[in-house]
Design a protein around this ligand. Structure first.
Ligand SMILES: NC(=O)c1ccc[n+]([C@@H]2O[C@H](COP(=O)([O-])OP(=O)(O)OC[C@H]3O[C@@H](n4cnc5c(N)ncnc54)[C@H](O)[C@@H]3O)[C@@H](O)[C@H]2O)c1
Length: 238
């Protein structure tokens, strides 16, 4: 895939999945801009230290990027050990989760809209989760609800900005070994249980998402909008 001339903004590009997506995009020749609260894992992307829960911080980062051909919303938190059944979730845990995952998605897309319109081929890619669309969310009230909200957002954007040439889609990763859910992998029961619930019987690698994400960035996917695509070893089809 040749994405030379594409300006791609990614949030959470320093994380486990995000850094694989950054590498995959850089390999196509795209210029990549990483908005993350923690240091750039991939020096080949331009790094903007950004707190996605702060509108000022997002506006400041995006103000220097005029044309945006694609925005990938990949940053996220899952407060394993604090998120739980609804009766046991504190308001603080709920708010922290929703602030990063949902409000962060809202603010990132909102302030990328002028750049996406300028591009004329803007593609919004939200990273969803099986927890936002199936009963895999059980025990993760705040995380699952925030992911369902992000996924709903994509369909609304797809319709509201179709005249401006903006498409919006969701990529649903299956279970992957990244810092996000390290506590689950470390748990002698929960880790193996995640594998049992994955029909292919193994965890995925962040690089498994690269081909799909690059395609969604490109104009090859110009008829794809308002949809979700799972790369999850069959978890959501079970
Ligand atoms: N790992 C999995 O199994 C899995 C499965 C399904 C979906 N996902 C989703 O994939 C995405 C990436 O997850 P990951 O596994 O790479 O997690 P990760 O923890 O490795 O990376 C998350 C990134 O988000 C950044 N971030 C968190 N809060 C931020 C804030 N306030 N401002 C700016 N950046 C912030 C972190 O610094 C980090 O770089 C998330 O949206 C997650 O929900 C992950």
């Amino acid at each position: 895939m040749d994405l030379k001339g594409y300006n791609v903004v990614i949030t959470g590009g320093s994380g486990g999945i995000g850094s694989a997506l950054v590498s995959g995009l850089v390999a196509t020749g795209a210029a990549v801009h990483n908005l993350d609260i923690q240091g750039a894992a991939k020096p080949e992307a331009t790094f903007y230290k950004t707190d996605l829960t702060s509108e000022t911080s997002i506006k400041e980062a995006l103000s220097t990027i005029e044309k945006i051909d694609a925005l990938i919303v990949c940053a996220g938190v899952q407060l394993v050990g604090q998120d739980s059944k609804i009766g046991d979730v504190s308001l603080e845990t709920w708010q922290k989760t929703v602030d990063v995952n949902m409000t962060g998605a809202f603010l990132s897309v909102k302030h990328a809209i002028p750049g996406l319109i300028k591009s004329g081929r803007g593609s919004v890619i939200l990273i969803g989760s099986p927890t936002g669309m199936t009963m895999e969310g059980a025990g993760y009230t705040a995380y699952g609800a925030s992911k369902a909200g992000m996924m709903g957002l994509s369909r609304i954007i797809a319709v509201d900005y179709k005249e401006e040439g903006i498409r919006a889609n969701v990529v649903v990763p299956g279970t992957m070994s990244t810092p996000l859910i390290q506590k689950i992998w470390d748990d002698p029961e929960k880790g193996p249980d995640l594998i049992r619930r994955t029909p292919l019987g193994r965890m995925g690698k962040p690089s498994d998402l690269v081909g799909l994400v690059n395609w969604l960035v490109s104009e090859q996917s110009s008829f794809a909008t308002g949809a979700w695509y799972a790369v999850d070893g069959g978890m959501t089809a079970r």
